[in-house]
Design a protein around this ligand. Sequence first.
Ligand code: SPQ
Length: 427
Amino acid sequence: MALTLSYSTPSLMGTIQVPGDKSISHRSIMFGAMAAGITTVEGFLLGDDCLSTISCFRKLGVEINLDGDKVTITSGGESSWEEPAEVLDTGNSGTTTRLMLGLLAGTSFHTVMAGDESIAKRPMKRIIDPLRLMGADIRGRRGGQFTPLAIQGTRLTAIDYTLPVASAQVKSAILLAGLKAEGRTRVTEPVASRDHTEIMLEHFGAAISRNDGTIEIEGGQTLTASHVKVPGDISSAAFMIGAALITPNSSVRLTNVGTNPTRTGILDVIKKMGADFDVEERQVSGEPAADLTIRSSALSGIEIGGDLIPRLIDEIPLIALIATQANGTTVIKDAEELRVKETDRIAAVVSELAKLGADIQATEDGMIIQGPTPLTGGIVKSYGDHRLGMMEAVAALIASSDVIIDNPACISVSYPGFVEQLDSLLN
Ligand code: SPQ
């Protein structure tokens, strides 16, 4: 069912807590399932993707109980996992599919994993190649490039691997497989990607070393059950940040947002564009966090590329929208990874923002946006991609007439209750 949004000259005021970080929530379940004992999690994201992770681990025999955003994971450790009788359904979640490949490669049993239509198109070779070098036995469509994937657990040996793409999912899958492998695994990343796996490995008692872009982990270590506090997701907060920046007369406070430096590229970008905002820092279980106050701002176009891209990769649809309201040209480059996300996010963002009157053009590895342009209403598609759906809902705040979003249900992948929370800020 489509969602019709019509806002006439709104302003946004108030304080909200955005839902828990998706990347950290996934990992909290995986680490809790690997560790023998009882792991507790607070601030867990009850989004569809993280629920897919829970459902996969329940099928492996791990006991997981939910009480609001609190989770209790009771596990006998990785060695107690059972061969699942059913296919593990990873839904729309790339993180679940890819990190679980690393975890399942070193078991003693057989698993089959599959997700939705979007997952079936996302590249898995980048994960399977290094895992095969470790000895993994993984088969899939087109030589293992795509799901469904069949994994026959086997003994793994350590590798020394340099990532060809900046990807936290590839890095994490190798490190998680490395935890079970014989020997010392080394992963080198040319550009830093999010490091939640490294932080959580240490938090659960594993010894790892991190030096100049190389992470090392000795195989055969066991994890100790722990307590995880999940901060708010900066990738979700980004939509509220963008909403406050482009809606006149707005001031929005976002509490307890994760500000791990590998994720705060969005804050660097808005600062460079001239945004008016404050950051008050806090600390949450090894992961930094802050309260952010964002006010409507006059923005200028900038160039975004290079090492900054992995630090804001999921925020680019929103950045493209705010660039339509900035003075001058915004160029986003080095972001070809966007083409293999839930949908081709370069093509989708350009086509849908153009429908709303934006002056935006696709390039091979990004986009060029001229601003400011007033946005009109119109019928737009989410392509089943949560980040597209939310960007379009934020665009509706400044559109001159109704914005009708086709297939808005996907928003619950990472931000259940997003539209309601946005509406609660309306003045
Ligand atoms: O889990 P999924 O579907 O891959 O989610 C996305 C998103 O927009 O929420 C990407 F489409 O985030 C990825 C992110 O782009 C989550 C992630 C992680 O938790 O490790 C890492 C990034 O992907 P990658 O491919 O760069 O490693």
